[in-house]
Design a binder for this molecule. Structure first.
Ligand code: PMP
Length: 398
């Protein structure tokens, strides 16, 4: 794809052909949103320094973010990428607990730095197995060991935290990282019992829980601003990124200040571009637009409508074995209808055929067979109709 312009839910190539963006969660409030672009350009003209000097934007952003989170999460570090925020969380977790082991889900992704790559089995090389990282099976109620039809299946998955932590041996559990939507694991979105039980077990083991909201945060789940909130847990750290500046690079780690103290005593934490005035106004404008345009509710409404449409397709086309997700983060798992084997090649063909018809989606999961639908939150029912209609046309061509 070569794209030269974006507007709302549309992307345009150099020939002026437009594509319906059903994939990019960076532009969470829509491509080129005027309120965000205006805030960024005005601030760029006025002052673009760094966070060594005081400026209102970073204070306001920290206050606005902490007001949306459980009261214990009272310190905000503004950085430049999700990787950096997760990396910092790892440093804090080790310093605060005095331990050095981590637990992640089987196919998680948390970043590209050396520390976060180790926490990202999705991108490990074939034989790569960092000794300080243990994995729990992702809570896949469709094809995993425990099925959605069984009572307490999600809690049974969460019970694996104990055996994973035991495998860390003397290192001990410093932190478990969770993307509450399990996006890289195939968009699993387990019910609230999973996070509650995982959090309880992590706590009992003396570890910390990091909620990675880079994918599912900023209202995408359609229930709350942050996806972990549906479970009522209080993570020790929350990581925000990707959609946070609607394309302007900005990310954040929100943490209990008591934990931060463990690192601050060792050294100072400073990032040149992290929390610069332009990044902060971008992040504030995104929060403003989400509130002003009611985008959390919109994600629920349009996401529910879209889900019904995709479920309708699943009835007509048994190649869709499962439809999952919340709000405007949906996964449709393509399978061999007889054997349930992952239809990875078909998923690839479908995403290509959709692109040829002017609609951008992708595929995810360990077998790459889960269609990933994750549009900007300004998606409207008419866009959902177009997506479902086109997906139906593509699936009909077999
Ligand atoms: N966590 C999750 C869940 C992600 O999906 C990503 C990016 N795909 C990251 C962290 C890393 O963020 P970044 O690419 O901004 O470093």
């Amino acid at each position: 794809m070569h794209l030269v312009r974006g507007e709302g839910v549309w992307l345009f190539d150099p020939d002026g052909r437009r594509y319906l963006d059903c994939y990019n969660n960076v532009a969470v409030v829509g491509h080129g949103h005027p309120r965000v672009t205006q805030a960024v350009t005005q601030q760029q003209r006025l002052l673009a320094t760094h966070s060594r000097y005081l400026h209102e934007g970073i204070v306001e952003l920290a206050e606005r973010l902490t007001a949306t989170l459980p009261p214990g999460l009272d310190a905000v570090l503004v950085v430049n990428s999700g990787s950096e925020a997760n990396d910092l969380a790892w440093r804090i977790a080790r310093a605060a607990t005095g331990r050095s082991g981590a637990v992640v889900s089987s196919y998680a992704y948390h970043g590209l730095t050396e520390a976060t790559h180790a926490l990202s089995p999705e991108v490990w090389a074939a034989q790569e197995r960092p000794a300080h990282v243990a994995r729990v099976p992702a809570p896949d109620g469709y094809r995993g060991a425990y099925r959605r039809t069984e009572d307490g299946w999600a809690e049974r998955y969460a019970a694996h935290v104990d055996s994973a932590a035991a495998a860390l041996g003397d290192r001990g559990l410093a932190a478990m990282y969770i993307d509450p939507a399990f996006t890289a694991d195939g968009i699993l979105y387990p019910p609230p019992g999973y996070l509650r039980e995982a959090a309880r077990r992590v706590r009992a083991l003396g570890g910390l829980l990091v909620a990675d909201e880079v994918q599912a945060g900023h209202g995408r789940s359609g229930q709350h601003l942050w996806s972990f909130q549906a479970s009522g847990i209080e993570p020790d750290m929350v990581v925000l990124g990707k959609p946070m500046g609607n394309g302007f690079p900005v990310a954040a780690l929100v943490v209990r200040s008591g934990l931060l103290a463990a690192v601050a005593e060792e050294t100072e934490l400073f990032s040149t571009f992290g929390g610069n005035p332009v990044a902060c106004v971008a992040a504030l404008a995104v929060l403003d637009v989400i509130a002003a345009e009611g985008l959390v509710g919109r994600a629920a409404e349009v996401g529910g409508y879209l889900r019904q449409g995709v479920l309708g397709l699943a009835e007509r086309y048994p190649v869709i074995g499962d439809v999952r997700g919340e709000g405007l983060l949906l996964g449709a798992e393509l399978v061999d209808p007889q054997t349930r084997a992952p239809a990875s090649e078909r998923a690839h063909q479908v995403t290509e055929a959709m692109r040829d018809r002017g609609i951008l989606i992708s595929a995810t999961g360990p077998a790459g067979n889960v269609l990933k639908i994750r549009p900007p939150l300004v998606f409207q029912p008419e866009h959902a109709d177009l997506l479902v209609q086109t997906l139906g046309d593509v699936l009909a061509q077999d």
